[in-house]
Ligand binder design. Structure first.
Ligand code: ATP
Ligand code: MG
Ligand code: MG
Ligand code: MG
Length: 440
């Protein structure tokens, strides 16, 4: 992409409404624009990041054997009356009335909708296990929308639902989700720690939240410092193996790690040596639940067992805050100059800065690099504007591309360009034709 043809409305001033770094930087880098309280438009740079996050989630869901679907954002209240949640959900639900005076709502979560799909089409244990998920906009009329996309009212969420014959199978689905979530966050360069949590309006007994440690996080968390040393890494896992998935769950949840909702000071003191006790703040980027037959029973989602009995299916639901992740990634990756994107989710991986636009040699070398890097499969942003070099550098630093190639007449006389790492700030001189190889 040539910056002269891109839409990158960066702000010079720090927006006064933004209290935390990610909100400030997303506005300054022209990633989002507020439409109304807690509701945002995603501009090209922000949308590109959102899609990269989404792609990683889809790939990891596919690896775990989960099937993508797409359900509507607007639902009728009928299913929620059936489950008993319509009145219980409270003012976070945006209720809408259509022209026929029918009660509708904007989906805050979709347990009822998916259970209705299941009961219409699945009747036998032979069709289980089944996990369906979507990535779709949700609306919750948050009492205090703030921090930009971190606590929006409209937000993008991955929500998945498992259907199983037995509790044991459903707990395997729970463990499988935990494994796939660990992989998902790590691929984005994020450490998200599973912590024992409270189930809230989704209901159920077993639940873990995934938290990214950050001072600006809204949750208070208590944990054994050993947990931050755990890495899922490159291990291969058989998602069908109950034992393998359970072993990962045990490894990642055996140490004390809880949010304030479930924290117990006495247990904390008893189980964790004082030197390893940590109290910190975290951003909730996902949550998994097992809730058994909470929805299948009232909604009649049953299957035939091998011996011909009809039983309600065991279910769980599993969410990732896709739009919140864009903010959480910035909270975890920025410095005083701007964003520092991890490679996997960077809107562009490489930025080319032509410090002397209009100089025939510099223009030709920049063009050549732009074509070569693009052909090599990199996502490249070429700053080809007639701007001062300083302003170009500031823009690149602000939008946080992992690598910058600086092209100028002085280097070219020596036959080199400069390759700079955004995170470390380290630069090296390199022949233009070797840049692609160095980056792979
Ligand atoms: P929170 O405690 O932050 O209100 P939640 O527990 O109500 O979140 P879940 O029902 O667990 O949310 O939804 C799954 C995920 O969706 C959350 O882990 C979070 O990452 C994301 N999410 C929830 N509410 C919002 C919101 N208002 N804005 C952006 N993301 C959200
Ligand atoms: Mg909430
Ligand atoms: Mg929560
Ligand atoms: Mg939650």
């Amino acid at each position: 992409m040539r910056l002269s043809r891109y839409f990158l409305p960066v702000l010079k001033e720090t927006p006064s409404e933004a209290q935390i770094a990610s909100h400030r930087l997303m506005l300054r880098a022209g990633m989002i624009k507020q439409a109304s309280a807690g509701i945002y438009s995603w501009l090209p740079l922000g949308y590109k990041v959102l899609r990269k996050i989404e792609t990683i989630i889809h790939e990891e869901q596919a690896r775990a054997g989960h099937l993508p679907v797409l359900m509507p954002t607007i639902q009728s209240s009928d299913l929620w009356q059936e489950s008993g949640r319509y009145d219980a959900y409270g003012p976070e639900m945006l209720r809408i009335r259509d022209r026929h005076e029918r009660d509708m709502l904007f989906t805050p979560t979709a347990e009822e909708l998916i259970t209705d799909i299941f009961r219409a089409h699945v009747a036998s244990y032979k069709d289980l296990p089944l996990t369906l998920y979507q990535i779709q906009w949700k609306f919750r009329d948050e009492i205090r929308p703030r921090f930009g996309v971190m606590r929006g009212r409209e937000f993008y969420m991955k929500d998945g639902y498992n259907f199983d014959l037995t509790k044991e199978d459903a707990l395997h689905a729970y463990n499988r989700h935990l494994v796939s979530y660990l992989r998902t966050y790590e691929r984005m360069g994020l450490q998200a720690i599973p912590m024992r949590a409270d189930s809230g309006p989704i209901g159920g007994d077993d639940t873990h939240e995934f938290l990214v440690l950050a001072e600006t996080g809204e949750s208070e968390v208590f944990y054994d410092s050993e947990i931050t040393e755990l890495k899922f890494g490159a291990r291969e896992i058989d998602y069908d193996s109950h034992d393998q998935c359970r072993a990962v769950l045990e490894e990642f949840t055996s140490r004390y790690a809880r949010t304030d909702e479930t924290h117990d000071e006495a247990v904390f003191a008893e189980r964790v040596p004082e030197a390893r006790r940590r109290q910190a703040r975290g951003i909730e980027v996902g949550q998994i639940f097992y809730f058994g037959t909470k929805y299948s029973e009232p909604m009649g989602a049953t299957v035939q067992t091998p011996d011909g009995k009809s039983v309600p299916v065991h279910m769980g639901s599993h969410g990732i805050g896709v739009s919140r992740l864009a903010g959480a990634l910035i909270e975890a990756n920025h410095d005083e100059r701007g964003i520092v994107w991890p490679w996997e989710v960077a809107p562009f991986q490489v930025g080319i800065v032509n410090v002397k636009q209009g100089d025939a040699t510099a223009d030709a070398a920049s063009e050549g690099l732009y074509k070569a890097l693009t052909a090599a499969g990199f996502d490249v942003l070429y700053d080809d504007r007639e701007e001062r070099a300083g302003a170009k550098f500031a823009t690149m630093d602000l939008i946080g591309l992992p690598k910058r190639v600086t092209v100028g007449p002085r280097g070219l006389e020596k036959g080199v360009v400069e390759l700079t790492d955004r995170r470390t700030g380290e630069s090296e001189e390199i022949k233009p034709e070797l840049v692609a190889e160095r980056l792979s």
